[in-house]
Design a binder for this molecule. Sequence first.
Ligand code: DAH
Length: 333
Amino acid sequence: MEDIAKIKQEIDRAENLEELDRIRRKYFGKKGSISFALRTLGTLKEEERRKQAPALQILKREIEEAVKQRSKNLAAKEADANLSGEWVDVSAPGRKVRSGHLHPLTRLQEKVNGVFSSLGFEVVEGPEIETEWYNFDALNIPKDHPARDMWDTFWLKPESEKLLLRTHTSPVQIRYMETHQPPFRIIAPGRVFRHEASDASHDIQFYQLEGLMVDKDISVANFKAVINEFFKALFEKDVKIRLRPSYFPFVEPGFEIDMKSASGWLEMMGAGMVHPNVFQAVGYNPANLALSGAEGWQGFAFGIGLDRIAMMKYKIDDIRLFYGGDVRFLKQF
Ligand code: DAH
C-alpha cells in the first residue's frame, strides 16, 4: 500500500505526456514491475497466490486510474498552451478591403450631369449606332457638304444601310426634338467615334456632352450665363471664357468657346444658335418658325469634349490613358 502512494506521487509529478508514458511503461510495459508481479502470480503456490492476488489487482487498477487521470490533465494543459501560442490581438486594426471605384471619365460625367441638372437641364441619351440622317442630314450636313470631312466616319457594313458609329452627340438633339415640343433644356452625354489616327490628344473614341435649350426669346446671352455657371461649378472657381466666331452647319451663328488658363486661352467647346433648317428637319411648325423674336422658337446648342475637360481638371497629358485599362493610372483617382 505504501507503494501505491509513492507510485501515485511519481505519476502526479510527470511534467508532460512523454514523461508520463515512461513511468507507465516502467510499471506496465513488458518488463514493467507490475506486469512482472502479475505474471509471477501464476507461479506461486495456491495459498500464496490467494494472499497476494487481491492486493496486486487493487494496485494495478489504482495505478492505471492514476495514469489515466494525469494523462487527461496533461493533455488539457498542452492544449491550453497551444492555444495561447495562437492568441488573437482583438485590438489590432482591421485589414483593409481593396475596392474599385468609378472611372475618372464616369466620375466627371456624373459631376457634369449634376451641375446641369441643378440648372434645370434634363439628362437624355441616344444610340451609339446612328443613321446617316440623324448624324448628318438632319443636322444640315447634306451629302456633298464639305463639312462632312470634319468628321471621319466609321461606316458599318453593308454600306447600303448607311449605318455608322456616331461622330458626335448632336444627333441626340434631333431625336429629342422629334418627340418633344419646346420649351425644354437637355444635355446628352455619351461616347462618340472618329476614324482617325490616335495620338496624345486624339483617339478613335471619346466622350462628348451635347446641350440644347429651346424656348421663345433665347439668346446668346442665355448661353453665356449657363456656360459660365457650368465652368464655375466644375472648376470650383471663377473662370474667364470668351466666344470666338466659328462654323458648324447646325448653328448660325456658330462659335468656339475658349477658357482662360495659366498657359493662355484653351479651346473647350463648340456652340451656336440652332439653325432654322434643323428645326425644320424635326418638323417644328414652320409658321411658328417664321415668327421672329419672342414669337418663334429659338435655342442654343453646344458640344463639349468631356475627355478634354477631364484632362484639364486632373492634369492628364495623354487621352489614350483613359482607354488603356492600366490600373496604375486608374488607381490615382
Ligand atoms: N458636334 C460638334 C463636334 O462634334 C460639336 C458642336 C459644335 C455641337 C457646335 C454643337 C454645337 O451642339 O452647337 O465637333
